[in-house]
Design a protein around this ligand. Structure first.
Ligand code: IDC
Length: 346
């Protein structure tokens, strides 16, 4: 019996629509078929999953089970090979309850020189099960970065997504992000789209409707290019867009804006308020402009990164080794900005 159960209020558009249920009614709902063998789903009445349920893509919007557009707020782990300690259920709970976080992105760097190994599958499983238990969404991120072209490590990607889709086909809180940031000599039509079509086919063998997010050229900035030639004949596909507010402003926002106008479903699976290097400086004013734009357009976003690494984009102070229950003073400037911003969402 989970200890966190406090109510069984029904939610509609984020607003309480029902009365508190009895303990017996709650009990009956604790175990679901979608859970991994041991997962116990906590019902508090207002977990993100209880609010939104199964997600789908309608037009360019991410919509909840009731068909209304939703805007998720999220936090990304750093590479889980390097910072495995942040796969911590209590840490995720802290993000959910104190930082108004709906979704955790689990970043698996996919390059062999970036710590990739199949041993990380277990860590992903652990992260997904915590998210599931806490009623949060999880994005499984195949973090293409140093390897540039997603085709470089395609065989590993195929193996990875075969395992993940087989395992999570019934878990409605799981989203798949199939190539973080294609970069270098990589083109949408020639490289990324064929890669995506191949991986989507693999995922769809098992999971016929989970949301799949596809990276776009130039470190997931060229959503305008993807919008000219989106993936056809597939439902529940979204496109990744990334920005770092101390590097990117109006010019990049115009690209996003043109993709939005073209009707492309975009998910900001990574952003920071530092420079794109992850450090340098931070720009809160520009970050606020980005967030306003995202909220006006119902675009979900995930902030990089949950770690205490000594860099400006990390959310936890370098001298703080806690992996949950952070005080405000233990957050970096990025972390404090995120805390304030996420808690000021409607
Ligand atoms: C950065 C990390 C940093 C690490 C570097 C290389 O913050 O600690 O040394 O990657 O692995 C991205 C990438 C993301 C980057 C981040 C900041 O998706 O992996 O993380 N960034 O540079 N795109 C734009 C910025």
């Amino acid at each position: 019996m989970p200890t966190e159960i406090v109510s069984a209020v029904l939610y509609e558009n984020g607003k309480a629509a029902g009365e508190y249920g009895s303990a017996d009614e709650i009990d009956a709902e604790v175990y679901t078929e979608a859970s991994t063998e041991t997962a116990v789903i906590e019902k508090t009445g207002n977990t993100p999953y209880e609010k939104y349920g199964k997600l789908t893509v309608l037009g360019r919007n991410l919509v909840g089970a009731d068909g209304n557009p939703i805007t998720l707020q999220g936090v990304s782990t750093h590479g889980i090979a390097w910072f495995p300690q942040y796969i911590d259920k209590e840490g995720f709970r802290t993000l959910r309850d104190n930082m108004n976080t709906d979704v955790i992105r689990l970043a698996v760097y996919s390059g062999v020189n970036e710590g990739y190994s199949k041993d990380l599958y277990e860590k992903v499983d652990e992260g997904v099960s915590y998210a599931l238990e806490l009623g949060m969404y999880a994005i499984i991120d195949w973090h293409v970065l140093e390897n540039g072209n997603p085709n470089t490590d395609k065989e590993n990607a195929k193996e990875f997504f075969t395992y993940m889709a087989q395992k999570y086909c019934d878990s409605e809180n799981v989203l798949y992000e199939i190539c973080n940031e294609p970069n270098g000599n990589v083109q949408w039509e020639r490289d990324i789209k064929p890669y995506a079509e191949e991986i989507i086919k693999i995922i769809r063998q098992y999971d016929d409707d989970g949301i799949i997010i596809v990276g776009t050229p130039t470190w997931s900035q060229d959503v305008d290019i993807a919008a000219q030639s989106p993936i056809e004949n597939q439902k529940n596909i979204m496109y990744a867009f990334h920005f770092y507010a101390a590097t990117h402003g109006e010019a990049l926002r115009n690209k996003l804006s043109s993709a939005v106008e073209a009707g492309l479903p975009v998910f900001v699976t990574e952003f920071g308020i530092s420079e794109a290097s992850g450090s340098g400086s931070i720009n809160k004013e520009e970050a606020d402009r980005w967030i306003s734009f995202l909220r006006e357009n119902n675009i979900s976003c995930v902030c990089w990164n949950l770690s205490n690494k000594n860099e400006l984009c990390a959310l936890i102070n370098p001298e703080c080794n806690k992996t949950s229950d952070w005080d405000y003073s233990e957050l970096t400037d990025s972390g404090k900005w995120l805390f304030d911003t996420y808690n000021n969402a409607e």
